[in-house]
Design a protein around this ligand. Structure first.
Ligand SMILES: [Zn+2]
Length: 276
């Protein structure tokens, strides 16, 4: 099955990256197709909103060169985004995270060194999250309230205790341009434009030059389509119950059938909890 093949490729790349490159330099990260959210209010792939609001999210930074460029672009557009940062990169460039927070962007926890939470002990996961939480607090003055597991890999049990201990919401995505494969800026842009709809959480990475190159025309085109940009927490605060849902629950239901996404997350409410 495609998802498992992709997961295997991800894990293989991580193994290769770890074996070949023990430095904390940004690595080529592959995100597994997202987990199935079984906890409305805790886990989000997207948010049901009344209005053309979307959240752009950028993972795996900060990058010394690319993140400042992206921050300049976002400032020029008056766009607020969400950055899911890697703790060891925050430790290396805390000033970039300080700037991002000062300019109104949201900072989320994306682990210390980008391991696969789904295959780790609770203590290791806890340490990955706590160290990053501390680094973000040190850089921005406040603790994050959002977490995105590397590769989208997290077990239902981990979600629960992480939410209980850290208070984090678990943020996945519904738009994935697969920019980590470096398909070129036009492809990244076109994939985002094709898949984004109101309430979308758009995944991309501020550690890939092609992603940053794609952003000026991507943001122009999204603006031309009428989309308005908010942080993930703002998007969640705008959540409205889905009228068609049999038991509407405030706090943002994941899309049940409205998202014609190529990923299995298009029907998360109908799937059992089979998260790896
Ligand atoms: Zn990542």
């Amino acid at each position: 099955m495609f998802v498992y093949r992709l997961l295997f490729i991800c894990l293989a790349s991580v193994a290769v990256a770890i074996a070949a490159d023990p430095t904390p330099a940004p690595r080529h990260t592959a995100h597994k197709t997202q987990a199935t959210p079984e906890d409305p209010g805790v886990t989000f792939n997207s948010v049901h909103v009344d209005g053309p609001y979307i959240a752009m999210t950028f993972d795996d930074g900060p990058s010394e060169t690319l993140t400042p460029k992206l921050l300049d672009l976002l400032a020029a557009h008056h766009i607020k985004a969400t950055f899911f940062v890697i703790g060891e990169n925050v430790a290396e460039h805390p000033e970039i995270v300080t700037r991002a927070a000062r300019e109104g962007h949201e900072i989320g926890n994306h682990s210390w060194s980008h391991p696969n939470f789904g295959k780790m002990s609770d203590d290791s996961v806890r340490s990955q999250l706590q160290r990053t939480d501390d680094a973000i607090k040190s850089a921005t003055g406040s603790r994050p309230t959002l977490m995105r597991p590397p590769y989208g890999s997290i077990t239902p049990r981990e979600k629960h205790w992480i939410h209980d201990e850290f208070g984090y919401r678990v943020i996945l995505w519904d738009v994935d341009p697969l920019d980590w494969k470096r398909p070129g800026p036009p492809v990244v842009r076109n994939r985002i434009l094709k898949e984004t709809q109101p309430g979308s959480i758009v995944l991309s990475h501020d550690i890939h030059p092609g992603t940053i190159e794609a952003m000026p025309s991507t943001l122009d085109a999204l603006e031309a389509k009428g989309f308005k940009f908010v942080t993930v927490s703002e998007l969640i605060r705008m959540a409205t119950p889905k009228p068609s849902h049999p038991s509407p629950q405030g706090g943002g239901n994941p899309p049940a059938s409205a998202t014609p996404s190529p990923s299995p997350s298009a029907t998360p409410m109908q799937q059992p909890s089979t998260t790896p």
